[in-house]
Design a protein around this ligand. Structure first.
Ligand code: XIL
Length: 337
């Protein structure tokens, strides 16, 4: 009877984040993606970022186009400011991302050269950046989104010009420049697509078997209130750590409007589903052995900041805080684990 009563505890539908700190409720790092312009311009955004999270990821300013806008010209000042901001707040910084097929500088996409010249260009990009942040970045997404849904390698510029060995080289180059940084492979759909997940795991296990330094896997987790199923999420998390990799739920957001319908506000039933999904994920992650818990990173602060709205042009409410930076039910339940 007591158990039943416990299970029926009503969910707080509103609460104050001002009097609480989300990250203190969990034994693993709880991070958020941050944008320096918004940190400066929006006091509530800044207050949430500095008080609720103990790890930061740059939303855009540590991507290739931002850090090496012209060949050999590196632009570090904005990212340095973010690192310093995090250090002032006692927050770790997760580096995102050294290689990707998007947000590349024009010159890099147009680069002309032999295989050796491409390799040297990639090495310089990786090592200049990793060496610059050495000791101040906890881990790096070395490669982002290198696999397709069918489990084959994406034909990105690195694959085209260097071939599949670019992956192992990238990890080796990053490790040489900062042997203490944790090195990650990061991708989407890993919790929803077992074919892609198996291919990524198989590939990375082979790399580790051959002595290349891959520490962990980032499961982006841009998911929905209704899918993937909870069991599928747990299976994905478990397969990753059981294969020996640290797990980063690296870009978590829980959308509620997969069909891009008219949705002028977040319906109550979806807010409840969303809260259950966030709570399930934090709990499932909390159960894995601590040496595999790199952390959970939420991909945005308020719903109005979410990349989902701009990138998919749909009304959606995927984050822990609403458009006015009020705490949503998901947040209220996460601080009351
Ligand atoms: C997104 C940012 O949030 C947006 O601001 C930007 O316009 C596009 O990129 N997967 C990733 C992230 O690895 O880098 C992406 O971030 C979201 C999808």
């Amino acid at each position: 009877m007591l158990v039943l009563l416990g299970a029926c505890t009503p969910t707080p539908s509103s609460c104050d984040w001002q009097s609480d700190q989300l990250f203190t409720k969990y034994d693993f790092p709880v991070g958020v993606v941050a944008d320096p312009g918004k940190l400066q311009a929006i006091p509530a955004y800044e207050a949430i970022v500095s008080s609720q999270f103990n790890r930061l990821t740059a939303e855009n300013i540590m991507k290739p186009d931002a850090l090496q806008p012209a060949e050999g010209v590196f632009f570090f000042s904005e990212a340095d400011e973010l690192v310093a901001y995090g250090e002032r707040n006692g927050q770790q910084l997760h580096g995102h991302t050294l290689l990707w097929h998007k947000q590349l500088p024009f010159w890099m996409e147009q680069f002309q050269g032999t295989r050796e010249e491409w390799d040297a260009m990639m090495k310089r990009h990786i090592q200049t950046i990793v060496a610059h942040f050495r000791g101040r970045v906890t881990g790096w997404d070395v490669i982002n989104e290198a696999f397709l849904d069918d489990g084959t390698l994406r034909n990105n510029i690195w694959q085209q010009h260097i071939g599949p060995s670019y992956l192992e080289k990238a990890f080796r180059y990053a490790h040489e420049a900062d042997p203490d940084a944790k090195l990650f492979y990061n991708d989407f759909s890993l919790a929803i697509n077992p074919t892609k997940r198996a291919a990524v795991l198989q590939f990375l296990k082979r790399l580790v078997g051959n002595g290349f330094p891959v520490d962990g896997i980032g499961l982006q987790m841009h998911i929905f209130t209704r899918f993937p199923e909870n069991e599928e999420i747990s299976r994905a998390i478990n397969e990753v750590w059981q294969a020996g990799f640290e797990v980063h739920l690296s870009e978590l957001d829980v959308s509620m409007n997969p069909l891009s319908r008219e949705m002028a506000f977040a319906p109550d039933r979806e807010l409840v589903r969303q809260e259950e999904k966030y709570v399930y994920i934090f709990n499932a992650f909390g159960r894995i052995p601590s040496q595999f818990q790199y952390g959970i990173t939420i991909w945005g602060v308020g719903d109005g900041d979410s990349w989902i709205r701009t990138s998919f042009n749909r009304q959606d409410y995927p984050l822990l805080f609403d458009d006015n930076y009020q705490a949503k039910p998901a947040y209220c339940n996460l601080i009351d684990p």
